[in-house]
Design a protein around this ligand. Structure first.
Ligand code: HEM
Length: 954
């Protein structure tokens, strides 16, 4: 020990002696970085890290390129070693020196930066709208707000049917039948907070309430920031849609506004900018997910009152001017479009309180309700209230199964298809002719695909369970009834209702796994994110490789959870959870019989409701629900192409047979299209085609002209991209620059800041981006700035001075109205992104927080991921991606040995015809015929066997 200390001292002395000559070299920077202490977590929001590290740290993790990137508004880590494709890797001699390798430093540095972001987000960005916020700020009886775990606001109300069962007027604790499975409305996921995450709870916020609804002009900061330039229709949302969102079409390319050509002729073409490594399945997957997590609409409706949608004014000479008929014609927008107003839950002035001399609001100026459960519980399939539950059809021959029926066409697999809605099942006439599912809104061929696939998966699980029960009827299924926690339930005694509920748990967990390690890893296609997403699920240390460390870390976490100290409860908890992973956290409690002796056994016990069953969840002091801002960053409509390139499995997959307009596969027509061509050909077609890139000028034409008969407005249509803007304004989402500041990101000072700083001066792409910056200026305008006006309290500038209306430009100069840019427009305009990111860093920041919380808060994905709920077969099915054990993918991908991906296993089971086509596929969301190259390549090059695929000719 002494020797080590001496060596350490000698190295330090040597370093400080040599420091002047080493300064600004990589070695010098790395030594300075190594001897510096860890960054303190910010105590105040103005001290946040902003994704920016010390210059030495940047140099050590990514060389001079990382140092230069430091001046840009964007995360530093995207320029660290090995965070991009092959050319981002350090290839010198030391790259092979294990932990001394710059590549390791780059990747570890990126992960560390992201962890700091998560800690800060957990500390500064939780704002609950259900009435708990005052205690979050002030604490309760000496407990810090962020350590509070039970809230009176989340008790079941008197009129709730389960009120007495959870304890009525006394302390409410879910028990018995109420805690066994996922309940229809999402109650009792958290045993001590029955209402949390259930249907009809308010959306939360990730920004202080004072920063919401900027167009109401409620405080001086807001009026200084936006003056009187904002309104529901200001700047005009349809003008934004047509000028900034429309896909540019080459002349005579037969797109025909998204209608293509008669007979779906393959010669049709609708130009769109393509996401390099993401396919159309990925686009519809995320819509399928959002229908599980949130909805503002009830049965596809908002309020009955209609409102205008713009197409009336444009910005010129820094003022709004009415649009002339010629301009309306040129823009192709529609002044007569009308849409139903958003539901609002509360809009009376919020109660205020003060703490440490500061005034606070108890909620946002207006609130809205999440009309589905916020849990990752597959409620889009299984229901979230009584009306949706009626649409979930169970098989009368085996009520543990979902009803699937044969369809009389030649291309169908044996597994069957979901039945159609009956008139008595729906309240929205637009849904007539669709499949009967819990969440039927905005139905299309992609949603039909995933609903059918997971209904089949549900039934396959039931079949496997029944088979097991037949073979070993007397064996313990693992399932328990919480009322008799220690009584075995044999396979033969599991009832159809119980098996249905178990299958729901399994399907929901499989979906969560696919989303975390397959969809997200492809959406954010680089090494740090591959590791990060796998860490969320399996733990940074790997489940099977480091079981001892995993267990040790779990103990540390358990210790931390007991602590009330604010710092421990949020910061350290989040860090240590990266060790063993969030999924399954607290689902074991390994202890020795005696303190030092005896074999360790798992003491997890179903009768220990708070300690074990509920013991793995952490809400960080703020009840879980998605924030309004989360919905904003999921407005991903550009992912959808206008035409689907349709292929046939039995007829040379490399040929595009038809171009089918997505518009022709909506609502009831989706069901017809799926029945006519079969799931296999749709999988092949959507699997091979690239999704749209999430960028400006890339929204589908068909969504700008979506027919909406239910509204009965004069045009019969709405512009959905314009509606995206309007809805965010109705719900008070801060505009882009303040949004970034509130999330701990650097703001922009002009529209030119959107231009990717890494582009060379004369590149055509730079020219294109400059032109878009000009368009933003045209739409949002400029104003003469006043340096005396302070526009935010979220951050200070680089010199620790208040940020003003001039954003660092000279007083009185003309500055871009960058503060007015709608959040969606802003993140779509982010051209500089980390390697392989289909989304922008602003969206990613929102995901870091909420994707983790969605796991941290859910008992069934943490401490109740146990055979007592899932059965032994269910736990195995989720862990091993099905009933046949883990299966290794041939070869390596991006340097990793990988399991056959979970969605690939699901597709192999549910659509067996796909097996040969799926064989080379590593990630189902990567275009299926693409050669993945060696290391996070984004190239569009065919894999072996797909050389003749016409899609690779463009
Ligand atoms: C054919 C495809 C699609 C159609 C026809 C469609 C249609 C719509 C419509 C009409 C709305 C507005 C509802 C309202 O506020 O009144 C909407 C909202 C939304 N869409 Fe889509 N959409 C499609 C695909 C997608 C995809 C691929 C995503 C990806 C995540 C997506 C995400 C959203 C989100 C997040 C909202 C806001 C929901 C809410 O306010 O609760 N949509 N969509």
């Amino acid at each position: 020990m002494k020797k080590l200390a001496l060596i350490g001292l000698a190295v330090s002395l040597l370093f400080f002696a040599a420091y002047p000559s080493l300064r600004n070299t990589r070695l010098g920077s790395c030594v300075a970085y190594a001897f510096g202490s860890f960054r303190e977590v910010a105590q105040d929001r103005s001290e946040r890290f902003l994704g920016k590290v010390h210059e030495d740290t940047a140099r050590c993790r990514g060389g001079e390129e990382a140092v230069q990137w430091h001046a840009t508004p964007w995360f530093d880590w995207q320029r660290y070693w090995a965070t991009g494709e092959q050319d981002s890797r350090f290839t010198g001699l030391i790259s092979g020196l294990g932990f001394l390798s710059p590549n390791r430093r780059g990747i570890a540095g990126a992960l560390l930066d992201m962890e700091y972001q998560r800690i800060e987000l957990l500390r500064f960005n939780l704002f609950d709208n259900s009435g708990t916020f005052q205690e979050y700020v002030q604490g309760r009886n000496g407990t810090a707000g962020s350590a509070i775990k039970i809230w009176p606001q989340l008790r079941l109300p008197h009129e709730h049917s389960a009120y007495a069962a959870v304890g009525g007027d006394g302390p409410q604790r879910c028990r018995g039948e109420l805690i066994r499975f996922r309940n229809l409305t999402g109650i009792c996921n958290d045993i001590t907070n029955p209402l949390m995450g259930s249907t009809d709870q308010p959306f939360a916020r990730n920004v202080p309430f004072e920063a919401t609804f900027p167009d109401l002009g409620k405080n001086e900061i807001v009026t200084s920031r936006h003056s009187d330039r904002l309104g529901l229709l200001k700047p005009d949302p349809q003008v934004i849609s047509r000028q900034l969102f429309s896909r540019t079409q080459a002349p005579n390319n037969s797109c025909n506004e998204g209608y293509g050509l008669p007979g779906y002729a393959p010669e049709a073409n609708c130009d769109y900018q393509k996401a390099p490594v993401l396919n159309v399945l990925a686009a519809f997957w995320i819509q399928f997910m959002t229908h599980d997590w949130f909805s503002h609409l009830e049965e596809g409706h908002n309020q009955s009152e209609l409102m205008p949608m713009g197409c009336t004014a444009r910005h010129a000479n820094n003022a709004d001017q009415p649009l002339t008929p010629a301009e309306v014609k040129y823009l192709r927008c529609r002044p007569e479009d009308r849409v139903d107003k958003s539901y609002i839950a509360a809009d009376e002035p919020p109660v205020t309180f003060s703490h440490a001399g500061e005034p606070y609001l108890t909620r946002a100026y207006k609130t809205t309700l999440n009309k589905v459960t916020a849990w990752w519980d597959a409620s889009q399939i299984y229901g979230y209230n009584d009306v949706s539950w009626k649409r979930v059809k169970r098989d009368p021959r085996d009520p543990a199964k979902l009803l699937l029926e044969p369809v009389r066409t030649s291309t169908q697999g044996a597994a069957g298809y979901l039945p159609l809605l009956q008139t008595s099942d729906y309240t929205n006439p637009q849904w007539s002719g669709q499949e009967s599912v819990a969440f039927p809104d905005n139905w299309n061929v992609g949603l039909s695909f995933f609903h059918n696939v997971f209904a089949r998966e549900h039934n396959l699980f039931v079949d496997a369970f029944r088979k097991q029960a037949k073979e070993t009827p007397e064996k313990d299924s693992g399932l328990r009834n919480a009322e008799r926690p220690h009584e075995q339930i044999k396979y033969e005694n599991v009832t159809p209702d119980e098996l249905f509920a178990v299958a729901r748990l399994v399907v929901a967990a499989e979906i969560a796994k696919i989303h975390t390690i397959e969809w997200t890893a492809q959406l954010l296609y680089n090494e740090p994110l591959y590791l990060g997403m796998n860490a969320n699920w399996f733990g940074l240390l790997g489940t099977d490789k480091q079981p001892l460390v995993r267990k040790a870390l779990e103990r540390v976490i358990a210790q931390l959870k007991k602590s009330d100290a604010e710092k421990k409860n949020t910061a350290l908890y989040s860090v240590f959870a990266s060790g063993p992973g969030i999924f399954g956290l607290g689902s074991h409690d390994y202890r020795r019989r005696f303190i030092l002796f005896g074999k360790k056994t798992d003491r997890w016990d179903l009768s220990e409701l708070e300690k074990h069953v509920n013991g793995g969840v952490n809400h960080f002091g703020s009840p879980f629900n998605f924030p309004e801002e989360f919905v904003t960053v999921y407005r991903l409509h550009p992912l959808v192409p206008d035409l689907i390139e349709f292929r046939e499995l039995r007829n040379d997959s490399n040929v595009i047979r038809y171009k089918i307009p997505v518009m022709e596969t909506l609502r009831g027509k989706a069901t017809q299209a799926v029945h006519r061509y079969g799931l296999a050909d749709w999988a092949l077609s959507m699997g091979r085609q690239r999704a749209g890139k999430l960028t400006l000028q890339n929204h589908p034409a068909f969504l700008q002209n979506l027919s909406t008969p239910r509204l009965k407005n004069a045009t019969g249509k709405i512009d959905v991209p314009a509606l995206d803007i309007i809805r965010d304004r109705e719900r008070g989402v801060p505009r882009y620059n303040e949004f970034r500041r509130q999330y701990g990101l650097r703001h922009l000072r002009s529209f030119n800041d959107f231009i990717d700083p890494s582009l060379s001066k004369n590149s055509p792409e730079r020219g294109r981006q400059q032109q878009i910056a000009g368009l933003l200026r045209e739409v949002y305008g400029q104003h003469q700035c006043e340096d005396s006006k302070i526009i935010t309290v979220a951050q200070v500038d680089n010199n620790s001075a208040k940020i003003t209306d001039c954003l660092g430009h000279p007083n009185g100069s003309m500055v871009d109205n960058i503060e007015d840019v709608d959040a969606v427009v802003g993140w779509l305009a982010e051209f500089a992104r980390p390697h392989g990111f289909a989304i922008a860093e602003t969206q990613f920041q929102v995901f870091i927080l909420n994707a983790s919380r969605r796991l941290f808060s859910d008992r069934f994905l943490t401490s109740s991921f146990r055979p007592e709920f899932y059965t032994h077969l269910g736990v195995k099915w989720v862990n091993e991606n099905g009933p046949d054990g883990m299966i290794k993918q041939k070869g390596k991908s991006n340097g990793h040995e990988m399991e056959v991906s979970p969605l690939k296993r699901v597709l192999q089971r549910t659509i067996p015809e796909l097996k040969p086509e799926l064989d080379p596929v590593v990630n189902v969301f990567d275009p299926w015929a693409r050669d993945r190259g060696d290391y996070y390549s984004l190239q569009w090059k065919p894999r072996t066997g797909a050389g003749s695929d016409v899609a690779f000719k463009d």
